[in-house]
Design a protein around this ligand. Structure first.
Ligand SMILES: Cc1cc2nc3c(=O)[nH]c(=O)nc-3n(C[C@H](O)[C@H](O)[C@H](O)COP(=O)(O)OP(=O)(O)OC[C@H]3O[C@@H](n4cnc5c(N)ncnc54)[C@H](O)[C@@H]3O)c2cc1C
Length: 274
């Protein structure tokens, strides 16, 4: 009786060991597959989130017509291959541009629509709604307040630092001497920039282009099309956020088209406002 129990126990032990071995083999085959599946699921999740980010950025860019968020470590502000500022600065370029007998410069004087009659044709680079004295309402812009402060030496080591924290009230600090690193200066001039909605009397910098602005913009476009002898140009005239090279490129194309046509056929906008 005792012998039979011992042999049954030995038999059970063998079955248990075989089962355990089979289980281990099955686990050894299945585990890599499971972990592979889990890894693939995570990768798919990552890709799908990446697409969501990309889509969100695309919508943001379409809607606000300005720079999207950068999701990499490229610390250049712009993505163009060639970047820089004129070697002699902007003043030299502007002086050369204005050095023409047909050009007269009047500083500190605001032009108004009522001055139109003094000219054969007017190219208006001010806000589109301001030309019509906001008769259909005010298009919205963001404005900026600049606060200058001077320091000795080097304040922040590069031209622009953005501040995204909610607790900091300025959006960025620009330290101008770093725009011209070939120059040497003992002191340094910096500007803190504060962003605000443009109110009466503020300089309009960035067109907002929210849904309400766009429907009002359409009405101003219709009004502009009916107005003779004036073309609306540049960032404020066409109510778009544009970088400098885009404005310059569009203006050169626009002036070429004007010079090739009689004045009565000159275009209404230097670029498509909508
Ligand atoms: C803070 C800031 C930083 C920027 N940084 C960059 C950058 O790093 N790189 C870049 O490429 N772009 C930059 N931009 C954009 C760049 O400034 C614009 O693309 C460019 O100035 C647009 O040129 P514009 O001739 O269309 O308009 P503006 O340069 O705005 O010129 C319009 C002119 O019309 C004048 N005006 C308006 N109304 C009247 C009136 N009634 N009578 C007489 N004159 C009037 C204004 O005073 C102004 O001088 C920046 C813009 C801002 C606001």
């Amino acid at each position: 009786m005792v012998e039979k129990k011992a042999s049954e126990a030995g038999y059970n032990l063998v079955i248990l060991m075989v089962t355990m071995t089979l289980l281990n083999i099955a686990l050894a085959i299945a585990l890599p597959k499971w972990s592979h599946v889990i890894r693939r699921e995570r990768e798919e999740e990552l890709i799908s989130r990446g697409f969501q980010y990309a889509e969100a950025i695309r919508i943001f860019q379409n809607r606000f017509q300005r720079l999207p968020v950068r999701l990499n470590y490229d610390d250049n502000y712009y993505q163009q291959r060639y970047q820089g500022i004129p070697i002699e600065g902007y003043t030299a370029i502007i002086e050369k541009l204005l050095d023409h007998p047909a050009i007269k410069v009047h500083l500190g004087q605001a032009l108004r629509a009522s001055d139109r009659g003094q000219f054969d044709h007017l190219f208006w680079s001010g806000p589109l709604d301001a030309y019509f004295e906001h008769e259909l309402g005010r298009l919205q812009y963001r404005s900026l307040v600049f606060e200058r402060f001077d320091e000795k030496g080097d304040y922040q080591g590069n031209p622009v630092l953005n501040y995204c924290e909610e607790a900091v009230s300025w959006t960025r600090i620009s330290e101008h001497k770093h725009f011209a690193p070939w120059e040497e200066h003992e002191k340094t001039v910096c500007f803190r920039e504060y962003s605000k909605l443009a109110e009466d009397g503020d300089i309009p910098y960035y067109p907002l282009r929210l849904q309400g602005d766009k429907s009002m913009l359409q009405q101003y476009i219709d009004l502009a099309r009916k107005t003779k002898g004036v073309s609306f140009i540049g960032r404020l005239g066409t109510y778009r956020y544009l970088d400098m090279h885009v404005v310059i490129g569009e203006s050169l194309d626009f002036v070429k088209a004007c010079l090739a046509a009689p004045m009565s056929e000159w275009g209404k906008f230097s670029g498509k406002p909508l």
